[in-house]
Structure formats: C-alpha cells, structure tokens
Ligand binder design. Structure first.
Ligand code: NAP
Length: 247
C-alpha cells in the first residue's frame, strides 16, 4: 500500500518537466493520476504508458488551463475516469523571461491567464467536487516570488499572487478539511528551462548552497509529502524546494 493508495490526483501541465515528475511520483505512491496537457499529446500518452508499465493507473486528458471552459471539462473527464478527485496539483505555468520593457499587455495576459486565473478556476472546480472528507491542493510556486529575478518581472508577480492564494484559500477551505500548500522550486532542469544558457545556469548553481540545479524528482518528492497524510497538519504554507537558492 502506497501513501496515496485510493487517492485520485489531477496534475495540470503534466506532459513534461516538473508536472511529469509529479505525476510519476504520485502514481508510484499509489494514486490514480490524471495527466493533464494542452498540446503535447505524445509526451502525455508516453507518460501514461510508463506509469501503467510500472503498475500504476493514469489517464491523459487534454485541457488548456488558460481556457475556463476547458477546466470544467477536465474535472468532468476525471470523474468519468476515476469517480472522484482528492488531490489537485496546480503545476501548469509558463515563464517568458524579460525585464520591464518586455512587458506587453499580451505577455502579461498570457502569464496571468494560465498562472493565476487558471489556478484559481482549477481550484474552484476541484473544491466543488472534492469528497466531504476533504482534499489537498498543491500550488507550484517559484523561488522568484521570494527572491527577485530581474529578468522575470511579470512571471515573478504571478507566483507572488500564487503564494497569496495559497494562504487565503487555506483559510477559506480549511473548515472543509481542504488543505492548500505551496511548493516553490528553485531552478529545475526541465524542457522549459533547457534553452537557458550555461552561464546563467552556473550563476544559479553558484547561489545554491547544495551546489546543483534541481530535477523534477526533487520537486515531486516534496509534493508527494505534502499531499499525503504525513502533511496533514500543513496548510497555507509555501515550502521552498531549491537547495537553499532563496537563502
Ligand atoms: N523549471 C523551473 O526552473 C521552475 C522553477 C520554479 C517554478 N517552476 C514552475 O513549475 C511549473 C512547471 O514548469 P516546467 O519548467 O516543468 O515547465 P515546462 O517544462 O515548460 O512544462 C510545462 C508543462 O505545462 C504544460 N502546459 C503549458 N501550458 C499549458 C496550458 N495552457 N494548459 C495545460 N498545460 C499547459 C505543458 O504541456 P503542453 O506542452 O501539452 O502544453 C507542459 O507539460 C510551472 O508552474 C513553473 O512556473 C519551474
């Protein structure tokens, strides 16, 4: 029996990167997992096959989290597949680097539509269908909400909003035994960060006491902990998971 046996988890943006690592780990811990994606169908299906080959249960569901209509459909399909939802991991997020001058209205909307509006509406949809015993929402934040990154002003502000939502929603949903916990990765090797140049990566490594970049499994281990009963007394907090990068 894994720590998440009999639980159903929805992981948004799980076809790649940190989300894929989280989906794989939650499945290994016994959860039935919905691998959400918006474009990368081949990667999502390959991850589902990998989870099944390891003895787990998963389905891939396409839904653009930046589109409110598709969020409801994601939860309808989850209920069709597994009958309930116990855990939501709000991982889908985008980051386009640039300082203040690069912040066009379109770029701001793109970030907020997914990283903030999508997270709020996915949490709302999950809270409407969580069982009466409760549930867990894990919000993937970022160390940039704590330590400013000049070349990521718009992105950083979305993660600041995520941290405020983690605290506020924990207060609102706590009486229903719904916990809301943030996990803030440091720089993590993913498809999304693969284009970052090595000197920039080296700067991050130099600022990281544990002396390396994160990998999705590092982040997934923290998510699995807070989503399980071992995290039952944790809510409203955002845990930095970055090898000490934000110290
Ligand atoms: N990597 C880091 O260093 C780092 C550090 C701190 C925080 N984070 C946060 O961690 C999360 C994941 O980052 P990552 O680096 O793993 O990203 P990534 O490698 O770029 O992967 C992004 C994932 O999100 C999905 N996605 C993108 N837009 C979506 C949408 N509109 N609806 C549904 N899914 C969507 C992608 O699927 P499709 O290809 O199918 O669209 C993909 O599976 C983000 O919230 C990010 O802000 C990352």
């Amino acid at each position: 029996m894994g720590k998440l046996s009999n639980k159903v988890a929805v992981v948004t943006g799980a076809s790649k990167g940190i989300g894929a690592g989280i989906a794989e780990r939650l499945a290994a811990d016994g959860a039935k997992v919905v691998v959400n994606y918006s474009r990368s169908v081949a990667e999502a299906e390959a991850l589902v096959a990998k989870i099944k080959a390891a003895g787990g249960e998963a389905v891939a569901v396409r839904a653009d989290i930046a589109d409110p209509a598709q969020i409801q459909a994601l939860f309808d399909k989850t209920l069709d597949a597994f009958g309930t939802v116990d855990i939501l991991v709000n991982n889908a997020g985008l980051y386009i680097f640039g300082g203040l001058d690069s912040a066009t209205p379109e770029l701001i909307d793109k970030h907020y539509n997914l990283n903030v509006k999508g997270l709020i509406l996915a949490t709302q949809a999950a809270a409407r269908v969580f069982p009466k015993e409760g549930g867990v929402v894990v919000n993937i934040s970022s160390g940039v909400a704590k330590t400013p990154m000049v070349q990521a002003q718009v992105y950083s502000s979305t993660k600041g909003a995520v941290d405020v939502l983690t605290r506020g929603l924990a207060v609102e949903l706590g009486p229903r035994n719904i916990r809301v916990v943030g996990i803030a990765p440091g720089l993590t090797s993913t498809e999304g960060t693969s284009g970052m140049d090595q000197p920039t990566k080296d700067q991050f490594i130099g600022r990281t006491p544990l002396g390396r970049l994160g990998v999705p499994a590092d982040i997934a281990a923290a998510v699995a902990f807070v989503a399980s009963e071992d995290g039952a007394w944790i809510t409203g907090e955002t845990l930095q998971v970055g090898g000490g990068l934000t110290l």
